[in-house]
Design a binder for this molecule. Structure first.
Ligand code: GUN
Length: 298
């Protein structure tokens, strides 16, 4: 068997088209232009790239993008004050504080200052609680994008066994809850799980979100399994020349291709879905804040 490759770039493009159409309708029918504010503290190069990409994608979807760049030594109280200003700013429908924050700042404290109705990352206690309770809220972007890709390969998830490798707040835990909401039988595994290979072999769905390059080997993937690889790891690639690097996922992709029925590549799998789902959440937040029904088709 050779796996079908799930094209995250293409599917993210479809989500972004639907978002742009919903933005157009919000403008024409309600005179509302959704706005996304991104707060970046410090100069971490990877975060700067992510934030620039979010800015471009927000504008491309017809929304307003507001960037707040603060120096790395900004005191926590000043970051909190900035978030409170954005909560009160009516042009702003979504607020994203780029993580990680510098080590002198308590991330949890800052994230929880975001008004839940503007929390497009879905990371406040209120939105995490809603997800846990099965209530409508804003759902974290990467897990949401993972579910959309999974459904492309496996439209009927009910009753399937799913293993999530990784238990982070940003991905593993919310992804497990979303799979449970789809009536999957869910196992949450992690770096300390005993017989991780055996746990993975028993699953119809393997979602890898542990941040360890190529941890999951091809022979841990049973024939016919759908593999969603959330990992993005940069490793040395001396075969490409001195000092060169390349991106790999948490799954040994070439090996897994021979077993899986479908698999997401890295790059070009889950990555592009994160921004697409952020834009989607911003449109949903803009509508819900004004008691407008969720745009159709999103
Ligand atoms: N840093 C890496 N991924 C994310 C994300 O999804 N949201 C935020 N706020 N920061 C991140």
């Amino acid at each position: 068997m050779t796996a079908a490759v799930i094209d995250g770039k293409k599917i993210a493009g479809h989500v972004r088209e639907k978002v742009a159409a919903a933005v157009s309708r919000l403008k024409s029918a309600h005179d509302v232009t959704p706005g996304l504010a991104v707060v970046l503290v410090g100069e971490d190069p990877a975060s700067q790239v992510y934030v620039r990409n979010k800015h471009k994608a927000t504008e491309a979807a017809g929304m307003v993008s507001i960037m707040h760049q603060l120096p790395a030594d900004t005191p926590e109280v000043d970051v909190v004050a900035r978030v409170r200003d954005l909560n009160a700013d009516d042009r702003v429908d979504g607020i994203l504080v780029q993580l990680p924050l510098p080590s002198h700042i308590d991330e949890h404290r800052v994230i929880n200052e975001i008004a839940p109705e503007k929390d497009v990352d879905g990371l406040t206690e209120v939105n995490a609680g809603r997800l846990m309770l099965g209530k409508k809220g804003l759902v974290p972007c990467t897990p949401q994008g993972s579910i959309i890709l999974l459904k492309e390969a496996m439209p009927e998830l009910s009753g399937k066994t799913a293993v999530v490798v990784g238990r982070s707040i940003l991905v593993g835990k919310p992804l497990a809850l979303l799979l449970l909401a789809e009536n999957c039988t869910v196992t949450v595994a992690h770096s300390r799980t005993q017989d991780l290979a055996g746990v993975c072999r028993g699953a119809d769905i393997v979602c890898a979100a542990v941040g360890m390059p190529e941890l999951i080997k091809g022979n841990w993937v049973s024939d016919g399994t759908v593999v969603i690889d959330v990992g993005i790891n940069r490793i040395d690639a001396p075969e490409r020349g001195a000092g060169k690097t390349r991106l790999v996922g948490d799954v040994a992709y070439d090996e897994a291709l021979a077993h899986a029925s479908a698999i997401t590549p890295v790059p070009g799998g889950v990555g592009p879905m994160t921004i697409a789902c952020l834009l989607r959440n911003t449109v949903l937040a803009a509508a819900r804040r004004r008691d407008i029904a969720d745009p159709k088709g999103l």
